[in-house]
Write a protein of this length. Structure first.
Lengths: 278, 331
């Protein structure tokens, strides 16, 4: 929870760097202005922040960096609406606002000793990167790491500049897939659920974490269950329209839960127990 | 013996209140009785069963600046809004005070909403119990009642030529000191008879029959005008946006309704509640199931305003009765 006394008032921050990840996704590296707050600012994989593009508004984004690396706060933002378009217009040095971190997080402690399957589609891959970075930085704590990153086209794959590092890490396998190839692509052309089926991911001592568009999650879930994964072995994040992140605006209310407070991380066992299906 | 104030003394007290505070009370606006800031005590009306709108807007305004944003010397300066004036809301009915009690729950729970809290801290609620009920009232079934003092700082009960007075809080005591009051042996008049609705355990029934096609059938006639949310004393869903204002930007909070299309639509186009049936169910599930289970109080206070204002006669009293019957054999 934010240390700010007024939880709706953003902390002022500075855009340190903007990196193009795909034609419509940029990585925003943000430094908090207040040294005291910056020193206290801690967050875990799966949590999110609100970023203000002052003059346009603010939107929630899953954190894609990890706190333990002590670098800038990172969010990967796809240009899709008014706030994200404004953000894409910002240049390094611009003033932005940060509220958070909010929400629960991936239970990295419970994942220890297990084989981890990371399955991300499009921009949905962004909140999964902190899991990968945490595992790579504490490699002996976890079992085998399988990463499946899928996108519409090769140029839409996020974090391409890190693929070599991930693939070269011990006990780690990286698979990439696209819906439609371009002239240079020699890799897989298949939908994510089909890849999951083809590779026969093993549920033994493992956990699968899926993030992506609802339709991809739906069919990937079906394949994982056919392979023997139990609902409590499959973890995802829910998305919800959000305005406050505090459980007050009631926009992300799903059944008797709030995505912002009770989530965004849920196991499919928890999701199937929700009154309402999102 | 009870504490008593004559109508004449009450008027001079209201005049004093108005001198150094914002006095908000029911007054006639065209054909409606609405809460407005009062400049002349004579404009306050007392011959109403209930006001057409609750005074929710004085604690949680329809649109309110949260803070202003000013770009200065390459940086940004944020100035949070403050509540300047102390306010006394006079003439509320017990249902609306119960509405404030409900409104307090999400806004005052940790982390507290500082602007709402400031409104609340600087506002005293002075109510008048109900000797008459309107046709749509059902407060006694929703955890309130025509003479329920909860939420008030001071509650008055009308008797001949004056009011019996219950001073309920320290804030009330400071506002209306004992020296202003006299003693009266007059018996407390009988509170209004209020129609009842079988609301007991409706949360359980709603949970059990969550997927019932009832909600889609009911929503067929909804024209999503959002009136139900806007007249409701407890609805609190909100939106936050930036608006330009004379070279600066205001970050503004405004009322939003779960009935409006797009309420849950996220970037990228996915909308988990794209159809009217799921939105209609959300309204009643929030009022009768989620909120009561989360905070221990009903989120409908039985004022009947949504019943009166719905252009297609969607009636929460009927819905409560229907939900009680859902899943029963023969349905």
């Amino acid at each position: 929870m934010s240390n700010n006394k007024n939880p709706l008032l953003p902390h002022l921050a500075t855009l340190e760097n903007v990196i193009d990840l795909t034609p419509d996704v940029r990585l925003f590296q943000i430094e908090l202005n207040d040294a005291d707050f910056k020193a206290k600012f801690d967050y875990k994989p799966g949590q999110f922040i609100f970023v203000s593009a002052f003059g346009t508004g603010e939107s929630p984004f899953g954190l894609t960096s990890v706190a333990h690396r002590k670098g800038p706060i990172e969010v990967a933002v796809r240009k899709v609406g008014t706030v994200t378009s404004s953000m894409h217009d910002l240049e390094p040095g611009a003033a932005v606002g940060v509220r958070g971190p909010f929400g629960n997080f991936f239970p990295m402690d419970q994942f220890k000793g297990k084989n981890i399957h990371i399955i991300g589609g499009g921009i949905g891959f962004a909140p999964l990167r902190p899991i990968i970075l945490t595992i790579l930085d504490h490699r002996n704590d976890y079992g085998d790491l399988f990463i499946l990153n899928g996108a519409r086209t090769p140029s839409d794959l996020v974090f391409a500049n890190e693929f070599d590092t991930w693939a070269a890490a011990p006990k780690t396998r990286l698979e990439l897939t696209v819906d439609a190839k371009d002239d240079n692509w020699t890799g897989r052309v298949a939908l994510i659920p089909a890849v999951v089926k083809e590779l026969q991911l093993s549920p033994a001592n493992s956990v699968a974490i899926i993030c992506g568009p609802p339709i991809m999650i739906k069919f990937t879930l079906t394949e994982l269950k056919k392979l023997g994964f139990a609902d409590e072995q499959i973890v995802t994040t829910l998305e919800g329209k959000m305005k406050c992140g505090l459980g007050k605006c009631a926009r992300c209310n799903v059944g008797d839960k709030y995505v912002c407070k009770d989530g965004p991380v849920f196991t499919f066992k928890q999701i199937s127990g929700l009154l309402e299906q999102f | 013996m009870s504490k008593y104030i004559s109508k004449k003394d009450l008027n001079s007290w209201l005049n004093k209140v108005r001198d150094n505070r914002r006095l908000v009370a029911p007054t006639k606006v065209d054909d409606l009785i609405l809460f407005k800031e009062i400049s002349r005590v004579e404009d306050i009306v007392s011959d109403y069963v209930n006001t057409d709108l609750s005074p929710k807007e004085f604690l949680f305004p329809p649109t309110e600046v949260l803070f202003s944003i000013e770009k200065k010397n390459g940086g940004v300066e944020l100035t949070p809004a403050r509540v300047e004036k102390e306010t006394v809301i006079f003439g509320m009915r017990p249902c609306d005070a119960k509405g404030v009690v409900a409104l307090d729950k999400p806004f005052l729970e940790d982390p507290t909403d500082p602007l709402y809290k400031e409104h609340r801290d600087k506002t005293a609620l002075v109510g008048i119990s109900c000797l008459k009920a309107c046709a749509e009232c059902f407060c006694s079934s929703m955890g309130s009642g025509p003479d329920d003092p909860s939420g008030f700082d001071i509650m008055l009960t009308e008797v001949k030529d004056g009011y019996l007075v219950q001073v309920l809080t320290e804030k009330g005591k400071a506002l209306l000191p004992d020296s202003t009051l006299s003693e009266s042996g007059e018996a407390k008049p009988k509170a209004a008879e209020v129609a009842t609705v079988p609301a007991k355990d409706v949360n359980v029934k709603l949970r059990q029959n969550f997927e019932d096609p009832y909600w889609n059938r009911l929503a067929d006639r909804c024209i999503h005008c959002n009136m139900c949310s806007y007249v409701c004393p407890t609805c609190y869903c909100f939106d936050i946006r930036d608006y330009p204002n004379k070279g600066k930007t205001d970050r503004v909070r405004s009322w939003e309704s779960c009935q409006s299309a797009g309420f849950t639509k996220i970037a990228g186009g996915h909308d988990p509640r794209a159809n009217k049936g799921t939105r209609m169910r959300q309204r009643f599930a929030h009022k009768l199931l989620y909120f009561p289970e989360q905070f221990g109080v009903s989120h409908c206070i039985g004022c009947g305003r949504c019943v009166k204002s719905c252009p297609v006669n969607i009636d929460i009293r009927e819905i409560i009765q229907d939900v009680q019957k859902l899943g029963a054999k023969g349905e």
